[in-house]
Design a protein around this ligand. Structure first.
Ligand code: PGA
Length: 252
């Protein structure tokens, strides 16, 4: 199976720089003939009708579980439909832990977008204190994040993103990833991404871990040249691609 490479812009990039980024990635995919699935989740103010190659999908980082209505500050599906967006991130740790979405909120959103047939990238992962409590606690915490979630849904991609690894520069080790991914895959037969401080120079090692079908990348994906390198590495996965160096400061 081809590896999936996803970039979560979070609260970064403007409308102008998003367009430049997407155009550049699209041109790269056209020129290089790479057919891995690539997903980009820009800020909603940057949505547009982007003309992209079949394997480059633009998704929403979030939207409300309604077509439209009185939900100040939220997007409804009319706003996604306007740009043909049919892919959404649900359950991201920043929405759970910073913006206060409960498992009930997350499940409501999941079921709404499932009924509409959206491709859902469903995120889950444990905070540091749970990891420190041990594997049984970690798995218990993770299974609770599947409450109310139909795991047989066809158009589902899972993303294991330990909270302590997101945006911290400290990725989970390949051993940690291998352990958790094996447990998840045993129960749920869906594409399973890893996310949390993935960098250009750690990407290939992570993609080589059994049961890792791709990555969801924040910080290290926001520079287009680095994101293109990630796409290249995921496509090649050979000795030469393994030698590709990071060029972001601190990514040594
Ligand atoms: P990060 O973010 O790569 O900056 O850790 C990953 C994510 O939140 O999806």
């Amino acid at each position: 199976m081809k590896k999936i490479i996803a970039s979560n812009f979070k609260t970064n990039h403007t409308r102008k720089s998003t367009k430049e980024f997407i155009d550049e990635v699209n041109n790269y995919l056209l020129e290089s003939d790479i057919d891995n699935d690539v997903l980009i989740f820009p800020a909603s103010s940057s949505f547009d009708t982007f003309e992209t190659k079949e394997n480059l999908t633009i998704g929403a980082q979030n939207a409300y579980h309604a077509k439209n209505g009185s939900y100040t500050g939220e997007l409804g599906t009319i706003h996604l439909d306007e740009f043909g967006i049919k892919t959404i991130l649900i359950g991201h740790s920043e929405r759970r832990h910073i913006l206060g979405e409960s498992q009930k909120d997350v499940a409501l959103k999941y079921n709404y977008y499932k009924a509409l047939g959206y491709k859902i990238v469903y995120c889950f992962g444990e905070p540091l204190e749970v990891k420190q409590a041990g594997l049984t606690e970690t798995l218990g915490y993770i299974w609770e994040q599947f409450d109310g979630i139909d795991l047989n849904y066809d158009n589902l991609i899972l993303a294991y993103e330990p909270v302590w690894a997101i945006g911290t520069g400290v990725s989970a080790t390949t051993e940690d990833i291998a352990t958790i991914h094996k447990k998840i895959k045993k129960k749920i037969d869906k594409p399973l991404l890893y996310g949390g401080s993935v960098k250009v120079c750690t990407l290939q090692d992570i993609l080589e871990v059994p049961n890792v079908d791709g990555v969801l990348v924040g910080t290290a994906s926001w520079i287009v040249d680095d994101f293109k390198k990630m796409i290249y590495i995921a496509n090649k996965m050979d000795a030469n691609s393994k030698q590709i160096k990071c060029n972001i400061e601190g990514e040594k």
